[in-house]
Structures are given as C-alpha cells and as structure tokens.
Design a protein around this ligand. Sequence first.
Ligand code: OAD
Length: 251
Amino acid sequence: MRVLVLTGAGVSAESGIPTFRGKDGYWRNLDPTKLATPEAFARDPKLVWEWYRERRQRIRNARPNAAHEAIARLAHQTDEFLLVTQNVDDLHARAGVAAEKMVQIHGDIFVTRCSRCEFERHEYEHPPSPRLRWTSEQEQEQEHEGVVPKCPDCDALVRPGVVWFGEQLSRNELERVEDFLDGGACDIVIVAGTTATFGYIIDWALRGNRDGAELIEVNPEETPLSRFATRLVREPAAIALPRIVSQIIRR
Ligand code: OAD
C-alpha cells in the first residue's frame, strides 16, 4: 500500500501547541502569521526570538498525542509511506515516524541558522524515549534569554530554521516530495489538521490522489480541500486518526 499523509497545526493542537489561525494562536496580542515573516525579524528580531523561544519551550514540554501515534503506526505498517508536515515541532518524530519517511516542509523549530552564511546547528536532540518530556537539565536556552543570538562564524543574526511567509521552500525537501509523488499513484491520501492555505498542499493532495485514491480530510472545519475529499471526517485528529488508521491496517 502506498500512502501519503499531509498534516498541519491541528494535529498538534491536542498536545497543547496553539494553531496559527485558531483563537489561541495569538501571542501577546500579536498575530503569528505576521510574526513568522522576514519583515517582522528585520524590524524586531528580539521579539521574534522571544516568540520562538516560548514555542520551543512549549513543544519540549508537550507530548505526542493519539493522532501522532496513529500516523506513526501507519508509517510502520505500510510499504510505501510519506508524511509531509507543515509543523515545525518534533512531535511526529517523537511518536516514531522515521526521518526518511517524513518531510518537514516548513523547517524545524529546533534548528538555529545564520541569516547570512551557511552556519546551522541543531539545538536539541529528541529526548531518549519518544514518550518522555524534556527535563529542565535539557533546557539549555536560558543563557540566551532576552538576547538576539549571533552567528559564531560571521557575527550576523541567527534565526530559527523555519520557513517564513514569502520564503522559498527547501529545494531538497521539495525534491523528496516530488520523488514520492512521481514514484506512483497513492492508494490513500490523508490530509489532517491544516487550513490548506498554501496551494502546494492542495496540489500534492490532488496529485497523490490522481488515480482515484481515497482522499480523507480530518478537520473539524471546512477547508479549500474539502470539496475534493472522498471522505470528510469532521472530528479532532486525536479522535479520528486512531480509528481511520485501524480501519486502513485491517484491510
Ligand atoms: P492553521 O492554524 O492555519 O490551521 C489549523 C487547522 O487545524 C484548521 O483548519 C483547524 O480547523 C484545524 N484543527 C484545529 N484543531 C484541530 C484538531 N484537534 N484536529 C484536527 N484539526 C484541527 O495551521 P496550518 O494549516 O498548519 O507556516 O498552517 C499552515 C502554515 O501556516 C503553517 O505551517 C505556518 C502557518 O503560517 C509558516 O509559518 C510558513
């Protein structure tokens, strides 16, 4: 079986990570879709770093939920599988989806990279067990609190290794998605917890589904993708996905 899964912020909502466009998404009365931009970073890098540090902290303290776990089960049980997530958190990885079966198309919040040169570092490894939370010993960022970190190589500002609005997606990661889509039609495409605001998400879902695959949307709300879905599941992901995955695995 060949399966493509596309996820967004809604899948991590039940782990306590606020979505971008939901009512809890605002931070200090600021709209996250305006903070996650090169313009916001150029204007106020300290503010943008504060927001990302808080998000990193929240993610470290969170645990994968039943939706992440169901997707990891599906990854293990299917012959050909790709998860394309817009989420920059590490909850899919901590639930057990292997790096080679997952593309983080909007980057990884735990990467810090230079805004000018090629310097890049991973701030954290995943905790030793997928179900563990980070402990305070592992929270190494305090020393940077309130400062805007600089590149050790060229002294320019460093930034989180995520894709901001208006920026190009990584060519490497794009190629991995394209290779999977070119590798054959899917039997099942699942799109969960995303507003599908970006055209490429809709495009990939439809290309995966080109030979009449099942296109399942899991989202309590309607999205631009809903009219193409062969099955609409208007439930939270942590409730719907364990059931959907069990049905698929039993086939
Ligand atoms: P959004 O915040 O736009 O959308 C979250 C979606 O999840 C909405 O459609 C909700 O209806 C749905 N949702 C909420 N709770 C849910 C639950 N428990 N189960 C299932 N669905 C639920 O997040 P994304 O679509 O991921 O990009 O946003 C896409 C991108 O826009 C993000 O990766 C980020 C953002 O700005 C960049 O920063 C480039």
